[in-house]
Ligand binder design. Structure first.
Ligand code: PLP
Length: 430
């Protein structure tokens, strides 16, 4: 089977990367539960280690089950290659690692998954990297924040927690002009709702923990490379454009062309950072992806119905869903995510902190968890949980004030979800 872009999304999500097993003919992708692979002879081993021949050496680097998933996600995103890793957060480090160095910075949207804000504002400082946070609705501010030490620009397609949409066309025009790669976290949109590469992204990162797996079973991440960035155009990316001392002087961009980033991520990123996805996790995610388009269509349909119902309810002050006609992002949603504005949004509940806590405790179908993108509907009150450590000002800036509840809409019967919200809002605002 050819995995070309001529095949439709619904076909690729089932078939891309999944040839019948060459050893047994197994139709489903086998779980290759092995650490190592026998070399044909010493010459074969030497060629593999030299990247002259592509094959399997050791499962910290590559594994056939994980490789099937990588091929599938790359096909769905329209990328040249992809590397899976142990979590979404690992994917973010894997994406930045070949680009950054001590003293270098990433210009990042101020609207990001809470864990990413912590990773970027605190943890990466230990590598000598830093992040500059900017409002990505203000394109002039994004352009102004890029300086000589900037090595990447980072945003989410549909941003957490409020479901705001990033104008990827406008932002990629800025990063193109500056000669720096644009990294887009496409977790909340998934390749079904948006292909960031088609809007100019260089790299796409995913937490496969969420919609791609879809049922809350395993953590995982993925970095997809568009294969389109010219690493040789400047001296900003020496790991890719100059002889790499960590790989016996190989110049990745010269030797591997559009696969340079992907091979660097395997040969050096996974080899030395070791944030590997295991084959069991890849198996669960391969199963999940088979139904991605069906699930996402329902997620969006339910989110649209619930957002409208909540928006019309007097117990709710406002709803941030970009699919609502009243949303300032509705135009961008049509451009960037024409099949729907995702299934994640926040609501402002009349009655503030106490009403929100009561709402969360009164919901019966919605689960109160720190997760999103499950088949199940999920809810969290950020101010009393994930954003508890922040000051009131920081909570407001993050869209997580005391009166805000975040909903991740599942694929249950929408009428049941509305009834659940109705009874819980009644208790919360009594
Ligand atoms: C969950 C999430 C992450 C982090 O992924 P993990 O798999 O939990 O490490 C990053 N970005 C977004 C948008 C997420 O939802």
């Amino acid at each position: 089977m050819t995995d070309g872009p001529q095949l439709g999304f619904d076909t690729l999500q089932i078939h891309a990367g999944a040839e019948p097993d060459p050893a047994t003919g197994a139709r489903q992708v086998p779980i290759y539960q092995t650490t190592a692979y026998v070399f044909r002879d010493a010459d074969h081993a030497a060629k593999l280690f030299n990247l002259e021949e592509v094959g399997y050496i050791y499962s910290r680097l590559t594994n056939p089950t994980v490789a099937a998933l990588q091929t599938r996600i790359a096909a769905l995103e329209g990328g040249a290659g992809a590397v899976c890793c142990s979590s979404g957060h690992a994917a973010q480090i894997m994406a930045l690692f070949p680009l950054m160095g001590p003293g270098r910075n990433v210009v990042a949207s101020s609207r990001l998954y809470g864990g990413t804000i912590t990773q970027f504002s605190q943890t990466i400082k230990r590598f000598g990297w830093s992040a500059k946070f900017v409002d990505f609705d203000d394109h002039a501010a994004v352009a102004a924040a890029i300086d000589d030490d900037t090595r990447a620009v980072f945003c989410e397609t549909i941003a957490n927690p409020g479901g705001h949409i990033s104008d990827l066309d406008a932002i990629s025009a800025i990063t193109d002009a500056a000669g720096v790669p644009l990294i887009v976290d496409n977790t909340t949109a998934t390749p079904y709702l948006c292909n960031p590469i088609a809007h100019g992204a260089t790299l796409v990162v995913h937490s496969t923990t969420k919609y791609l797996t879809g049922n809350g079973t395993v953590t995982g991440g993925c970095v997809v490379d568009s294969g389109k960035f010219d690493w040789m155009a400047s001296d900003k990316f020496p790991s890719l454009s100059q002889p790499e001392p960590a790989y016996h002087g190989l110049t990745f961009a010269q030797a591997l062309g559009p696969m340079a980033f992907t091979f660097h991520s395997i040969a050096i990123g996974l080899r030395d950072l070791g944030m590997t996805m295991n084959p069991q996790a890849a198996h669960y995610t391969l199963m999940g992806i088979e139904t991605l388009s069906l699930r996402m269509a329902r997620h969006v349909e339910n989110a649209q119905k619930l957002a409208k119902w909540l928006n019309d309810d007097p117990r709710v002050d406002y709803v941030t869903y970009a699919g609502l006609a009243s949303s300032p992002y509705v135009g961008l949603a049509t451009k960037i995510c024409p099949k729907g504005a995702g299934a994640l949004f926040t609501i402002a509940v009349k009655g503030g902190y106490d009403a929100c806590v009561k709402l969360v405790d009164s919901l019966e179908i919605f689960s109160h968890v720190a997760n999103l993108g499950d088949t199940r509907s999920l809810v969290i009150h950020s101010a009393s949980t994930t954003h508890r450590q922040l000051t009131p000002d920081q909570q407001e800036a993050a869209g997580a004030g005391p009166n805000i509840v975040r909903l991740s809409i599942g694929i249950e019967d929408a009428n049941d979800l509305i009834a659940d919200l109705d009874q819980a809002l009644a208790k919360a605002t009594a």
